[in-house]
Design a protein around this ligand. Structure first.
Ligand code: PLP
Length: 425
């Protein structure tokens, strides 16, 4: 296929007219497709319906240690949940706290506590610094950026690559500024870029010299077992931090949102023993217990890591045709046109499209006008501003396959039209 950059002005004008007609055709079909968020599909949620039967009115609601899960009891998690999710996170049982139903809640709480009180080893709360800052690899997750903005952390964008953030830049930044307090990391199948941190990146993050002695990596491991095509094992960050003598550097977060039921899962924070003790004391102020009935339900349903891995294979079987549809449509429609590039993730929940600079907003707008709602252009960057106006997050998981295929056809026409408009401008 001929790259658009090689077409004459007359050819571009003719192409533009054709593409406008194509979009009008789709518009006439009255599409109403929403791909704005990375939600699991109904088929994925159906996989765990049996979970609702394992704890019912006939069930014994006592945990292994005899605690009645219907009542207030140990606030750090029931023993069988601690055991299962410690194995899931690859940590010891005294290095994890099992909490509520969403890891976003934990991430947000952890940031708020740090801003109000500091973390283990802080001289003062992060919020007492004039300009406390957080490093934000981009493209990244809009919720992370929203939290920073809300609690008053200035965001420093750092380029993300397929194997992790630009470590030369990260090392330089953290070495020179005591008010840089932490960094978002999505180490495996990152949202939305699909990055998997290499061993080198992980060791450099663990070892780097930080001016802030209370610097923390917020390790959001939302997709640790979420393989679609091929696994990319990522080192256990807590082990690496211990090995290099910085055991307290990392807070690790996970949840079963994308395993069982989204937003109704079990969530956990893991860290060094010292960090965990510190966090437990703070949780004791916040709560007299998380949802232990939900923990019980999850553990009785999931049972073991082997079962979790089997369940993840069933998720992959549902997701693979959806990702095939997105990538196949891009390959067929866009290869060789010079109108952008896209990621080929082996797992996680997203594909990222990198449009010609200056085209992302227009593409998202054209799709919206045609009945296809995408994540806002810019959502991948702090403050919702992508300086290149290039990155678009594609979330293929939720729509039924046929709708997804239609949405991707619309998307490709929108990409072509926005690119032609740009070249003609
Ligand atoms: N963290 C990342 C990186 C995510 O992509 C998502 C959901 O899309 C979440 C956290 C949300 O997880 P939870 O449902 O546990 O709050």
């Amino acid at each position: 296929m001929e790259a658009y950059q090689n077409l004459s002005r007359a050819q571009l004008e003719a192409l533009k007219a054709r593409l406008e007609q194509d979009l009008a055709g789709y518009r006439a079909r009255g599409l109403s497709l929403n791909m704005a968020r990375g939600k699991p599909s109904a088929e994925q949620l159906d996989l765990s319906m049996e979970m609702l039967d394992v704890v019912n009115s006939k069930s014994d609601c006592h945990a292994e240690d005899g605690a009645d899960c219907r009542n207030y009891c140990d606030i750090y998690g029931i023993p069988e949940a601690i055991r299962l999710f410690a194995a899931y996170m690859g940590v010891e049982e005294d290095e994890i706290v099992i909490c509520g139903q969403s890891s976003l809640q934990l991430l947000y709480d952890a940031l708020c506590r740090a801003m109000l009180q500091g973390v283990l080893g802080s001289d003062k709360p992060w919020g007492k610094y004039e300009h406390p800052k957080f490093i934000c690899p981009v493209p990244g997750y809009d919720k992370h950026f929203g939290f920073c903005k809300f609690v008053g952390l200035e965001m420093i964008p750092v380029p993300l690559r397929a194997d992790g953030p630009d470590m030369d830049l990260v090392e330089k930044l953290v070495a020179g500024d005591e008010s840089i307090k932490g960094m978002w990391c999505m180490p495996k199948f990152s949202n939305p870029f699909g990055a998997c941190y290499s061993d080198e990146v992980i060791y450099r993050l663990a070892r780097m010299q930080c001016a802030a002695k209370d610097f923390r990596l917020f390790w959001d491991n939302a997709y640790s077992y979420h393989v679609i095509y091929k696994d990319h094992p990522v080192l256990n960050m807590l082990d690496v931090c211990k090995e290099v003598g910085n055991p307290d550097r990392v807070f690790l977060f996970g949840s079963t949102s994308k395993i069982t039921m989204a937003g109704s899962g079990v969530t956990f924070i893991a860290a060094s023993r010292a960090n965990t003790e510190f966090i437990k004391k703070q949780y004791a102020v916040q709560t007299v217990g998380w949802d232990k009935m939900n923990m019980l339900r999850h553990v009785r349903y999931l049972k073991s890591m082997d079962n979790i891995k089997e369940l993840m294979k069933k998720h992959a079987a549902i997701l693979r045709p959806r990702f095939d549809a997105v990538l196949g449509t891009f390959d067929r429609e866009l290869t060789g046109l010079g109108v952008g590039d896209w990621t080929r993730p082996d797992g996680g929940f997203f594909v990222t499209y990198m449009a010609m600079p200056g085209c992302a907003k227009r593409i998202v707008q054209l799709c919206a006008d045609t009945g296809v709602t995408l994540t806002n252009a810019g959502a991948t960057h702090p403050g919702g501003v992508d300086p290149e106006d290039s990155y678009i997050r594609i979330a293929p998981t939720y729509p039924p396959l046929e709708e997804l295929k239609a949405a991707m056809e619309v998307f490709c026409v929108a990409v072509k039209l926005a690119s032609v408009e740009k070249l003609l401008a």
